[in-house]
Design a protein around this ligand. Structure first.
Ligand code: SF4
Ligand code: SF4
Ligand code: SF4
Length: 423
């Protein structure tokens, strides 16, 4: 197999095709700390793309309760177990020497592409380690909703009296928001024997050509995130299309400017920021310091990829939840978890300003600038000094024009006296 560079793993890895990279890449950052599990994103996608016959159990966007929930059920536990069986005891990171090309250190284990080389495969045709979920596993999109880990040393009401203090709770759960990661090295694309799956050169969105697909479900088997799904009425597989008409600026509301997807724009908790980042020719994001996604992932390093060890180099990134035990988070987001949580807990001036950009507009932000304002607050958080400045952050679109500006402090609006009591 050819070798490609996977910066999330800090090393080259085997992949069935040579690396080819789009000019820009569809990417997103989700702040798990702010999600309320309302499923508005889920329904925004459902009512736009998957409301037809044969799509009843198809949820391209879903929000599941971790640690027990999952759609399909136990998807991550199952793939982690398969990887462990293929390479027992070696699925580990060496985080001792991070660097610019390997910000989380190096993953020493096997990816899904490398592990399949080690497993017995008499046909020699499998391109990635995976499995096809049973019908039962697809049935409930949100099983174990709001189910927390067990109560320890419970009182008569079953409440753990020790589990109430940060930095970590002993009884915990959190919401994990998921859609296709439009991976840089997609397993779905690698596994398709019909070459029906392609990655668009202009924005990196991964699509299934419905005319070429014959429903072999190799993509369903190979995608470690289980985001390719089979539709029995058409006998083809389908997946998230990245709301590509909106990305192309074809939504009538956008006046030709690239616009964020339906699931992003509908988010009630304002946890989602989506955009297009510049790609280098080596599989890494090209430097673009003032792009908010580039800043959050590569400069502040506060947003991390989901299960980077799978090896597909996913383009969805998460600010991890502060209250969850670190070992659980490290297996899910890699060794960058401790730095990300410490940075988010006591944000510096720039991070606090950039966090204000989430969900202020549906137009995609390509660049931001900050105008400095006065200091308005100061305190100590976990022994570290925290200073708050009322800076103004200004967002610019693809055409370089200002989209909006907003301040760190929310404006205080007093209702005129003649309108008191009106809605
Ligand atoms: S998340 Fe799955 S379906 Fe989406 S691009 Fe990656 S491998 Fe393909
Ligand atoms: S990007 Fe569009 S198609 Fe994909 S999950 Fe979100 S709403 Fe659905
Ligand atoms: S709409 Fe936003 S807050 Fe609501 S479940 Fe989806 S990601 Fe979470």
């Amino acid at each position: 197999m050819p070798e490609v560079y996977n910066w999330q793993l800090g090393r080259t890895m085997s992949y069935p095709y040579e690396g080819t990279y789009p000019d820009r890449q569809f990417a997103f950052v989700f702040n798990i700390n702010r999600c309320l599990g309302c499923q508005t994103c889920t329904m925004a996608c459902k009512s736009t793309w998957t409301f037809s016959k044969g799509q009843e159990y198809m949820w391209w966007n879903n929000v599941e309760t971790k640690p027990y929930g999952g759609y399909p059920h136990n998807w991550d536990v199952k793939i982690l177990r398969l990887l462990e069986q293929a390479d027992p005891g070696n699925q580990v990171w060496d985080a001792t020497e991070p660097g610019p090309a390997k910000p989380y250190g190096t993953f020493d284990g096997k990816t899904i592409f490398e592990a399949v080389e080690k497993t017995a495969d008499p046909s020699g045709q499998r391109r990635a380690l995976g499995y096809i979920p049973s019908d039962d596993e697809w049935r409930g999109p949100n099983m174990y909703e709001d189910t927390s880990t067990k109560y320890v040393a419970a009182d008569r009401l079953g409440i753990n009296t020790e589990g109430v203090c940060l930095p970590e709770h002993k009884t915990w759960f959190f919401y994990l928001q998921r859609l296709c990661n439009h991976c840089t090295y997609p397993a779905c694309l690698a596994a398709c024997p019909r070459q029906a799956i392609y990655k668009r050169p202009e924005d990196g969105i991964v699509l299934i050509d419905q005319g070429r697909c014959r429903g072999y479900r190799k993509c369903v088997e190979a995608c470690p995130y289980k985001k390719a799904m089979y539709r029995p009425t058409t006998r083809t597989s389908e997946k998230c299309v990245g709301c590509y008409p909106r990305i192309e600026g074809k939504d009538p509301l956008s006046n030709g400017r690239p616009m964020e997807t339906r699931c992003m724009a509908a988010c009630i908790g304002q946890i989602r920021l989506q955009g297009l980042v510049k790609m280098g020719r080596d599989g890494r994001w090209a430097e673009d310091r003032q792009n908010p996604l580039y800043y959050l992932v590569n400069v502040a390093k506060v947003a991390l990829p989901l299960y980077p060890q799978f090896g597909t180099q996913p383009n969805g990134y998460y600010i991890p939840p502060r209250w969850v035990p670190r070992p659980y988070l490290r297996q899910m987001f890699g060794p960058g978890v401790d730095h990300a949580i410490e940075t988010y807990t006591v944000p510096d001036r720039e991070l606090l300003a950039v966090l204000q950009l989430f969900r202020k507009s549906q137009i995609i932000i390509f660049r931001y600038e900050i105008e400095e304002g006065p200091k308005v607050f100061e305190t100590t958080v976990h022994g570290k000094k925290f200073e708050m400045y009322n800076d103004t952050v200004i967002a610019f679109g693809a055409d370089g024009k200002e989209i909006f500006r907003t301040t760190v402090e929310e404006p205080f609006i007093t209702r005129p006296e003649e309108r008191v009591g009106s809605l």
